[in-house]
Design a protein around this ligand. Sequence first.
Ligand code: HPA
Length: 275
Amino acid sequence: MSYEDLQSAAATIADRTGRRHHDAAVVLGSGLSGYAASLDDAIEIPYAEIPHFPEPRVVGHGGSLFSAAVGDGAALLFAGRVHTYEGWPLDDVVFGVRTAALAGAKAILLTNAAGGLGEGLAPGDLVAIRDHLNYTARNPLVGSNDDRLGPRFPDMSEVYSKNLRALIRRAFETASVPYREGVYAWFLGPSYETPAEIEMVRRAGGDLVGMSTVPEAIALNHMGVGVAGISLVTNYAAGITDTPLSHDEVTETATEARARFTAVLDALLPLLVEA
Ligand code: HPA
């Protein structure tokens, strides 16, 4: 990945959409990609038609970028993301969100499906991400630093912007969804965590576990872009109940939560575009 690769991807998005600028972006997590197609008049560009874009390989993760008019501005929506557990280098994992930042996005919402372990969390809950724990020992900024993207040693004391969390709270209120915040713990996957690992996360202050989001959040924080995160709790984390974890449970819960997720995003998108 080079800066020029990002620029050419951003230029393709501008050409294909006729929009020189997008104000905000949303990455839609597992089982949540359908939201993009529900937007009126959204312009769809398959990832395969954007130079240097990696294409998702997991069934049910989609693989298109959507551009939608929102209020007086426009937003990009990623229906499908690539994961580190598929074997992608982190440069590829964060390529899409870096492109969105070059396309003008100043606020980017990262969404995901996650296991829940925090006090009072249950499948179906939507949770704003307050901070993260990185259990992969991987970082998308490893390697030579391109100063055009950001500094060598970026501060990480407020990755998930307080201002954007306030907007998430407003959107939850509008959608009549109880507002909660939690700490998201990134595991590499693709195997789910063991009960002992979940106990470790609990003792460390984690509330949510998943296999995405953190690399994108690090890369965007590096670029000085405002990051917001929302997890959909699709299952109890390993060891909390006797039920084994399954990808089917994850996608089923995501489907059941669609109406609430849609209501939250409908309320949040205009706030992100204006942010
Ligand atoms: N662990 C990791 N990733 C996940 C989970 C989980 O329990 N649920 C959905 N994605």
